[in-house]
Design a binder for this molecule. Structure first.
Ligand code: XMP
Length: 517
């Protein structure tokens, strides 16, 4: 990212590192997460205006604990250590870290020295979120305590002259009442940030970067799923190189109602690109016929997708670059930041095998790989993409195929597609489509007895699933209003064939998952 101020977050493996990055971005400052194994030179070369050392599960007293080059504290760039990052700072600079008599966990009232630029404008006493077993008992030379609690003398310490700060609590979690204030104080009062990270600055940067990467002649192929990530990537690349972008959308027949039409509408009228729609419905349905095991369904769909995509890539001549809608959480969770070997394959391209990828001699174009989901949405809005495309809920790669329990038929696809459309329509009418993070219907393979008019029926049970969540790792079931559930249920049994009973899934994740298969 050129011409914007940058904060570097050194990751020591904390579950909250992503959250720190999100909070910094929310404060309109660009930041990048790098592994603690990065060298001093790698950190220096980023020309950042501040460094944040994250928390982490290790104890600094362990011999093999993650360390940092002490040169980090001599770069002349402000440093903020958080939790493990504070203990590491104390340990590295000659303070004392000890195991506390009791693990401190949860909401703790903390007294802050509001004369410090880190705590300026704060209340003096507020709740902070703690989660630690070790703590600093003696600060390094040049440091003083700037916050304390009932049982911790060093909830925060500072060496203002060297602009090194450290906090034992977690300012990034919302349980810390003034956490965002602490972070923005560090960014603005200590690092001198100006808040130059805006989505319009990003777009300008990204367009220039795509042009530089692809060159004046280069051609790019993008796998478009209709989801927000690949759609925004397409719009950005199209703005940068226009007709030299070709988007391939594979319709496997398990799409939601009107999905293909809306992709066609957006990418032929609103954001005209070279769009290839591959109608592979028969191919997929044939392949899936009689298959009822969820994992087999996923594998067959993923495999067939790759063939379709590879066929198109072969057919279209002279394309050297492959574009993907990879976003920052994919990057952070993959090997590139954690240093692990697990590379997450992105569903937009169905985890393309090496030989297909190798066809693209120019390499990958991933214009939104530094963005979080909410930023991707802002970019979409800024580019003038339609609201319902920008705010659409996630939709799994295998689509409706994993929302039909057991074997798939055209009739069952119609049932789940129509019922899903009714649910979406009613949730939108109730004005709840932005509040509920994902909602859909599931066709079970259970039939029950019912009565319609004077007739006895023996039809399927259909389930409604609606969840609220921040990250889809844990979810709660949405408390949909009864009136809405009543209306959806009545409409589904009246309008959708083969359903005589509607149930509502009231299970959290864990122990359940979002999808039923
Ligand atoms: P689960 O069911 O694992 O879902 O709790 C979490 C999120 O992931 C989506 N999901 C998938 N996405 N391919 C995808 O691209 C899949 O096979 C798949 N399975 C689940 C799910 O819709 C939810 O948003």
């Amino acid at each position: 990212m050129q011409n914007v101020q940058r904060i570097v977050i050194v990751d020591f493996g904390a579950q909250y590192t992503q959250l720190i990055a999100r909070r910094v971005r929310e404060a309109k400052v660009f930041c990048e997460v790098i592994p603690y194994t990065s060298t001093l030179e790698e950190i220096r070369s980023r020309e950042c205006v501040g460094i944040i050392l994250s928390g982490g599960p290790a104890s600094v007293l362990d011999e093999d604990a993650p360390r940092i080059d002490p040169g980090v504290y001599e770069l002349g760039v402000p440093v903020l250590g958080i939790c493990y990052g504070m203990q590491l700072t104390a340990y590295t600079l000659g303070g004392t870290v000890e195991r506390a008599a009791q693990r401190e966990y949860g909401r703790v009232p903390v007294t802050f020295d509001t004369r410090s630029p880190l705590f300026a404008g704060m209340k003096g006493e507020s709740i902070a979120w703690m989660s630690h077993t070790y703590h600093v008992t003696k600060a390094p030379e040049g440091f003083t305590s700037i916050a304390h609690s009932g049982n911790c003398a060093f909830c925060a310490m500072a060496n203002p002259e060297k602009r090194i700060y450290a906090v034992q609590f977690h300012p990034e979690v919302t349980h810390s009442e003034e956490g965002q204030k602490v972070l923005s104080n560090f960014l603005y009062n200590v690092c001198g940030c100006t808040g130059d990270w805006t989505m319009s600055a990003f777009i300008e940067n990204a367009v220039a970067a795509i042009r530089a990467q692809v060159g004046p002649q280069g051609k790019v192929l993008l796998g478009l799923s209709g989801g927000v990530d690949s759609s925004v990537a397409a719009a950005l690349i199209s703005r940068a190189i226009g007709e030299r972008l070709t988007c391939v959308y594979v319709d496997h027949g398990f799409m939601r109602k009107n999905e293909t039409e809306s992709v066609r509408e957006v990418f032929t009228k609103q954001f005209p690109v070279n769009l290839v729609i591959v109608d592979a419905k028969d191919r997929f349905l044939g392949k899936l016929s009689g298959v009822s095991d969820p994992e087999t369904k996923r594998k067959l769909i993923g495999g067939e997708f790759v063939y379709c995509f590879a066929d198109e890539a072969n057919r279209l001549q002279g394309i050297e670059f492959l574009a993907q809608g990879t976003i920052y959480p994919d990057v952070i969770e993959s090997g590139s930041v954690k240093g692990s070997a697990v590379i997450k394959s992105h569903h937009n391209v169905g985890g393309l095998p090496a030989d297909v990828k190798a066809k693209f001699t120019g390499g990958l174009v991933e214009p939104i790989r530094m963005l979080f989901k909410d930023e991707v949405r802002k970019v979409g809005e800024e580019l003038g993409m339609p609201r319902d495309m920008v705010w659409r809920q996630p939709f799994p790669g295998p689509g409706l195929a994993i929302r039909i329990m057991g074997d798939i038929t055209e009739d069952k696809l119609e049932t789940v597609r129509e019922s899903d459309a009714i649910l979406r329509e009613e949730v939108a009418l109730a004005g709840l489509d932005r509040d509920i993070n994902q909602y859909f219907t599931v066709l079970t393979n259970t039939r029950t007895v019912g009565v319609m008019g004077d007739e006895r029926t023996h039809d399927f049970v259909l389930a409604i699933r609606a969840v609220t969540t921040d990250d889809f790792m844990t979810v709660d079931w949405a408390r949909l209003p009864y009136e809405l559930l009543a209306k959806v249920s009545a409409r589904i049994v009246n309008e959708v064939p083969r359903v005589n009973r509607v149930v509502y899934d009231i299970t959290t994740k864990p122990p359940a998952t979002v999808e039923w298969e």
